[in-house]
Design a protein around this ligand. Structure first.
Ligand code: DGL
Length: 270
């Protein structure tokens, strides 16, 4: 393995581009290969067994491309498949749950943390178990917010309907008096302005992608694998389905133009 090998990042679809955005701003000269399983998205309402099977295939696709590290951008996949993935692949595998939970623990003052995510992430109590493993005294309040995913993909960041839906989902957290809220899904950072508006300035939002970046840094530095090139990193995008909408939505998630987009047939994965 050498320093110039790419970092692999995968997600159930395009949402993981929010994580690519974070990683590329922390490590602008790292090469990145992204795989989005757009043919089989969403993962958030599938069974754990199915998500584990898909996550193994997604990670294997990246592994075969000689990535030096795999980031599981998808919170749903991180919540059920991280142990299997870590055991199976001989490169570091970094999920969203451990870094996001740790940052929330370090942030909360009143020891009351909220978590929002897909049905699967919340149903598996992924963040709450991780938090309680480190500090059982912290109270964790969880709620699935499934409608945030299509709203973010539709680009309705400041649409009045998004505000209404956010109020409906988040009012309980205000009553629960949390001071820290984990955005436990790839799409939610795009809605952080409206979430912040509803929650008020006493609540700190935790972006797991940002939290994961410091874990990535430790792994790269610890193994001498940080790309020291002065050149901007090269990006390749692979998707299991390519719809006409992809480029627009991807550019909104990533905040810049997207090129080098490749279609992968599902048969190549399984
Ligand atoms: N990427 C998923 C996550 O972060 C959200 C979309 C889906 O349900 O697949 O949990």
């Amino acid at each position: 393995m050498n320093r110039t090998n790419p970092i692999g990042i995968f997600d159930s679809g395009i949402g993981g581009l929010t994580v690519v955005k974070r990683i590329s701003s922390f490590f602008p000269n790292e090469n990145i290969i992204y795989f989005g399983d757009t043919a089989r998205v969403p993962y958030g309402n599938k069974s754990n067994d199915t998500v584990i099977e898909y996550a193994l295939q997604d990670a294997n696709f990246l592994f075969k491309k000689n990535v030096k590290l795999i980031i599981v951008a998808c919170n749903t996949a991180s919540s059920v498949a991280i142990d299997v993935l870590k055991e199976k692949f001989q490169v570091p595998v970094i999920g969203m749950i451990e870094p996001g939970a740790q940052l929330a623990i370090d942030t909360t003052n009143n020891k009351r943390i909220g978590v929002i995510g897909t049905y699967a992430t919340i149903g598996n109590h992924a963040y709450s178990s991780e938090i309680k493993k480190h500090n059982p005294k912290i109270e964790v309040f969880e709620k699935p917010c499934p409608l945030f995913v299509p709203l973010a993909e539709e680009g309705w960041m400041d649409h009045p309907s998004t505000k209404l839906i956010a109020e409906e989902y988040l009012n309980d957290f205000i009553n629960w008096d949390i001071d820290t809220l984990i955005l436990g899904c790839t799409h939610y950072p795009l809605l952080s302005a409206v979430i912040e508006e509803v929650m008020g300035d006493k609540v700190t939002l935790i972006d797991s992608g940002t939290a994961a970046a410091s874990v990535v840094e430790d792994h790269l530095n610890g193994r001498g694998l940080r790309n020291t090139s002065v050149q901007q990193g090269q990006y390749e995008y692979y998707l299991s389905d390519l719809s006409g909408k992809f480029k627009d939505v991807a550019e909104r998630f990533l905040g810049r133009t997207v090129g080098n987009i490749n279609k992968v047939d599902l048969e190549q994965l399984i």
